[in-house]
Design a protein around this ligand. Structure first.
Ligand SMILES: Cc1ncc(COP(=O)(O)O)c(C=O)c1O
Length: 399
């Protein structure tokens, strides 16, 4: 029994719904069982050598003190250059706030934009932290379904019925986790027009921007005109494109007033992001980009292998995702069947059965707000993906 109750806020935050599957996966791996883990949310590649070396050099040269809370001018200048040349976005270094991962950038942005009673549009399925971060600001997530048959991209007409006088912001994530959807320029133009008409903030999470396939191209919604740019907080980071998840560097670009508010907030919570990681991030942005291209090519090969195999499985439907490193498979055709004597009641029990009977770890769609689907990450070796697909084929053909 606690002596005093926790804050109501603490009870509002849900732990990850995938926790028990994750715990079971780790337990099996630790027990030496041959689990193939397709639940990962991070590249399986090492951080490129030149980037790692820049971190080591930073330590050796004593670059180990506090920096400006919003990140070094050098890194913010390199980020501005990247945003200009790759995304067609012109920002000054004071408009960029570097944080300990894009997750903190999202938290900073929502904290300075939202207040109690506000509503924030969150497309379904969602990345697991969006609803929880919105709740931390005392605003309310408003869930807007997307359409599997239209590639899960959010379109203006899907959002419109959910707009109220309290709507404050829309979260857009393209390329998308968990679906791999890449929003077309037309989709983004519609959403931008809607946001401008209703005076809404747009939080554009572009963390997977470099991971696009089949000729798809990433468009930043902020690049579609000066008004939408002024209303958008562009979120990006090093984790996915440069295999730097553990370094914890993300950033936000926005209007000067928004950036100043985020900097003030960060100055009282975590201060500057890690100084060593900032040097590594600078090297990642300004150095050779061959490692990124090689990772994208490898992800693409794995994507095609995984999705072709998924599409051949009985009871499974899956479109080829155009971005990120996830396949989002429709497994509603398996619900109600029995596998190895175990009834498949929903996506959650299916993931449990696949883990325990086939030693393949996946994430149930329920974790992302969409039951009846499984997310399979192709941030795993081609050999592992092929073996995992063989195992799924074996077990599902018995069903
Ligand atoms: C959609 C999305 N946004 C943001 C993040 C956070 O990335 P970071 O490691 O930079 O905090 C992730 C990580 O999984 C993600 O999938």
């Amino acid at each position: 029994m606690l002596h005093r109750p926790l804050a109501a806020r603490a009870n509002e935050i849900s732990p990850s719904p995938t926790l028990s599957i994750d715990a079971k996966t780790k337990e099996l791996i630790q027990a030496g069982r041959p689990v193939i883990n397709l639940s990962a949310g991070e590249p399986d590649f090492p951080t490129p050598a030149n980037v790692a070396e820049a971190g080591i050099a930073a330590i050796r040269s004593g670059f180990t003190k506090y920096t400006a809370a919003q990140g070094t001018v050098g890194l913010r200048t390199a980020i501005c250059r990247k945003l200009l040349t790759e995304n067609g976005l012109s920002y000054q270094p004071e408009q960029v706030v570097v944080s300990s991962g894009a997750k903190q950038s999202l938290y900073n942005a929502l904290m300075v934009l939202c207040q109690p009673g506000d509503e924030v549009i969150v497309p379904v399925p969602w990345w697991v932290s969006y609803p929880e971060i919105v709740k931390l600001t005392d605003a309310r997530p408003v869930f807007v379904p997307t359409d599997a048959s239209r590639g899960f991209a959010l379109r203006r007409e899907m959002v419109e019925p959910y707009i109220t006088a309290r709507t404050r912001a829309i979260i857009i994530n393209s390329p998308n986790n968990p679906t791999g959807a890449v929003y077309s320029e037309e989709d983004l133009r519609g959403l931008a027009a809607l946001a401008v008409e209703h005076g809404l903030w747009v939080i554009a999470d572009e963390i997977y921007e470099k991971l696009v396939y089949d000729g798809a191209s990433h468009v930043s919604i902020a690049s579609l005109g000066p008004q939408i740019k002024a209303q958008t907080i562009v979120i990006n980071g090093m984790s996915k494109a440069f295999a730097m998840t553990g370094w914890r560097i993300g950033y936000a670009a926005s209007e000067p007033e928004v950036a100043a508010a985020m900097t003030a907030l960060q100055s009282h919570t975590t201060s500057n992001p890690n100084s060593i990681a900032q040097k590594a991030a600078l090297a990642a942005l300004t150095g050779p980009q061959e490692a990124v291209a090689a990772m994208v090519a490898a992800f693409d090969e794995r994507r095609r292998a995984m999705v072709a195999a998924l599409r051949a499985l009985p009871g499974v439907r899956c479109e080829y995702p155009a971005g990120a490193f996830y396949a989002f498979a429709d497994v509603r055709g398996l619900v109600g069947r029995t596998i190895r004597g175990r009834p498949v009641t929903d996506d959650y029990t299916l993931a449990e059965i696949l883990l325990e009977e086939a030693m393949v770890a996946t994430v149930p769609g329920t974790a992302f707000g969409l039951p009846g689907f499984l997310r399979l990450s192709y941030a795993a070796s081609l050999a592992d993906i092929q073996e995992a697909m063989r195992r799924l084929d074996n077990i599902l053909r018995e069903a």
